[in-house]
Ligand binder design. Structure first.
Ligand code: SF4
Length: 401
């Protein structure tokens, strides 16, 4: 075959081995060659894999790490790293990209570089085991506009491809040499706003021939896009998906507070969200984790605790068919990490403890998320590079999905 006719190498990062093997077969490679190449890319950290006679079968393009911040915490070192993306991606509406021209008619100008943000978080289990959780981004920026969130200040720049999402795992594993045990979709972006690529990424990440992350160790965190939850509900019914974790950012005891904090609530209110979650719970084998960012003077008084407990009451009982008394939902209390130019301070330790004990008194199963990485703006709700944020290309488009 002449040099110019050689097919472009496949990028397996967004593929299961099965999909990769099928694509490789169309290019004349056998299943053994495909399997070997797949393992070399995922497990050995190679950027290229060859079949025979120097024929290249796979090549991955990993966005380079352009910035890195580390912070010592009790369990080890938390590391946030930024990867610079090449070219426009899904729904890219920056000036100079095709969508931008299509939507706003402005003449093309060069687009500045974009970065994803990921955080490697050391954890220590109850038995003293050390693990690492990787917090990945699913979008650059976010359209959801939560008022307490740093990323929201950027608006949505674009969604990531499955390859770019898995590329964060690859970089953490093979460039940062971290053994990743858990993956949480809690970085920049709303995963259900980019659900197809997120599902494709999870399928690749859980393939035991490659990354081999257990489905039970992956959690999607959402603000509660009800349309996305319905779609996810179908996905978790598939073989191998029932143990996918779900975390929902509730953050408010009632619709008034939630409307104000999270614009998504004006499209799907708390009652609709709860119905969708109850439905989801019937199909899943996992507990749902409810996240609650405690913001002083906004959502942290005694009555708020009561209202939250009443709202979550259906999740405190075992589901039909389950034995034992363990609750099917738990509340993860997160002390607010002030974003840049925040209108609110961080809560005091005492006020967080007080709020948690009220929730416990009211019958909820409560855990506290320890803050890691606050000093480097890598803690929850703080991802979003200030340089990108200042560009402000895309307006908030909450609820248009
Ligand atoms: S909290 Fe999550 S969903 Fe809300 S704006 Fe921030 S990144 Fe988006």
């Amino acid at each position: 075959m002449p040099e110019s006719a050689a097919p472009t190498p496949l990028d397996p990062l967004g593929m299961t081995l099965e999909a990769f093997t099928a694509a490789a077969r169309e290019r004349g490679f056998g299943p053994g060659q495909a399997e070997r190449a797949y393992r070399e890319i995922f497990r050995d950290g190679k950027l290229e894999a060859f079949a025979d006679r120097g024929r290249i079968i796979a090549r991955v393009s990993i966005a380079p790490i352009v910035r890195e911040l580390s912070e010592e915490v009790a369990e080890g070192v938390t590391t946030k790293f930024l990867q610079e993306l090449k070219g426009p991606g899904i729904g890219d509406r920056r000036p100079g990209t095709p969508d931008a021209q299509h939507h706003d008619g402005r003449s093309p100008i060069p687009s500045p570089p974009l970065t994803t943000e990921s955080v490697i978080i050391p954890m220590r289990g109850r038995t003293g085991t050390h693990t690492h959780t990787l917090c990945v981004s699913s979008q650059v920026g976010c359209a959801m506009g939560c008022r307490f969130c740093e990323t929201a200040q950027m608006g949505l720049v674009r969604s990531l491809t499955a390859e770019e999402i898995v590329g964060q795992w690859w970089a953490a594993t093979h460039l940062k040499n971290a053994r990743i045990d858990n993956i949480v979709f809690m970085g920049m972006g709303e995963p259900l706003d980019n659900i197809d690529e997120v599902i494709r990424a999870i399928a690749a990440l859980t393939d035991h021939n490659g990354a081999g992350v257990a489905m039970s160790r992956i959690t999607i965190s959402t603000v509660g896009r009800v349309d996305g939850l319905r779609k996810l509900d179908e996905v978790v019914k598939r073989e191998g998906w029932r143990r996918l974790g779900l975390a929902v950012s509730v953050n408010a005891p009632n619709d008034d507070v939630r409307d104000d904090l999270m614009p998504i609530n004006r499209k799907w209110d708390m009652a609709e969200l709860r119905d969708a979650l109850l439905n989801f719970r019937r199909g899943s084998h996992r507990k749902i984790c409810f996240e609650y960012v405690v913001i002083p003077g906004v959502n942290d008084d005694r009555e708020h605790a009561r209202q939250l407990a009443a709202y979550l009451e259906p999740f405190t009982k075992p589901t039909a068919g389950r034995t034992g008394k363990s609750p099917v939902g738990l509340v993860n209390v997160i002390p607010y990490n002030p974003r840049r130019d925040s209108p609110w301070p961080a809560p005091t330790e005492e006020s967080v403890d007080q709020f948690m004990s009220w929730l416990t008194d009211d019958g909820l199963f409560v855990k506290r998320r320890r803050t890691k990485g606050r000093a480097m703006m890598g803690a929850c709700g703080q991802l979003g590079a200030a340089e990108i944020r200042r560009r402000k290309y895309v307006g908030i488009t909450v609820g248009d999905g």
